[in-house]
Design a protein around this ligand. Structure first.
Ligand code: 5RP
Length: 218
């Protein structure tokens, strides 16, 4: 395994230790979460999971984890915990997610959870957030939305499972709170990959095989 994967695995294993039997658990998306799924399967505890992507759901089911739906009126309405990776974490606890284009679902799942735990390798800790910032856009009115946003490029990937167009904001991230408010107020923007510090309980970061818990909201 390369050094980054060793750290991703260490962070994932440490976060899996926070999970208790009987919990309803949100599962993020990405390579760090893949290590989490294996760690949860290794612990063989009884948890009811919801998934943020078809990829995560497939791996989770293959590992024997119990996956329920988060869609529709019959879906799970409340989660005890959600665990997910991230692309960037700044010193104030602002986080960029969506490198895997699952940020809209990931934010829904994080917001439904009492405790949101972020798991990262040490290279994800950055002094300041920088572009690209993932976006999910409505196809209807897309050209007008792009014109309103300005510095955005469409990502050459399939649409999200919910039909959204994946794009990236390429402008300044000097003021994440103002940018998040502006993006949320722009019609046609389904969601963006900025997660505010108040969403996250802690960031579990691995430096080599040592893990550290950075408490954001204890
Ligand atoms: C997917 C995400 C991922 O959590 C993020 O991109 C980190 O991915 P990885 O764990 O593969 O480094 O936000 O939408």
């Amino acid at each position: 395994m390369n050094p980054s994967d060793i750290e991703k695995q260490a962070a994932a294993v440490a976060a899996a230790e926070l999970v208790e039997s009987g919990m309803k658990l949100g599962l993020g998306t990405g390579s760090t979460v893949a290590f989490l799924l294996q760690a949860l399967a290794d612990r063989a505890i009884d948890v009811e999971c919801v998934s943020t992507s078809p990829q995560t759901e497939k791996i989770a089911r293959e590992l024997g984890l119990n996956v329920s739906s988060f869609a529709g009126l019959e879906g799970v309405a409340h989660l005890d915990m959600a665990i997910d990776g991230a692309d960037q974490v700044d010193p104030a606890g602002w986080i960029i997610k969506g490198g895997g284009a699952a940020h809209t679902r990931e934010k829904c799942v994080a917001a439904a959870a009492d405790r949101f735990i972020v798991i990262v390798s040490s290279d994800k800790l950055v002094p300041a957030l920088t572009a690209p910032l993932p976006l999910e856009l409505l196809d209807y009115g897309l050209a007008a939305t792009l014109r309103a946003l300005g510095t955005v490029s469409l990502r050459d990937v399939p649409r999200s499972p919910d039909g959204g167009v994946i794009a990236d904001w390429l402008g300044s991230l000097n003021d994440p709170a103002s940018l998040a408010a502006r993006l949320s107020a722009t019609p046609g923007v389904i969601d963006n990959g900025l997660f505010s510090p108040d969403m996250t309980e802690r960031v579990v970061v691995a430096e080599s095989t040592t893990t550290r818990h950075i408490m954001i909201n204890a």
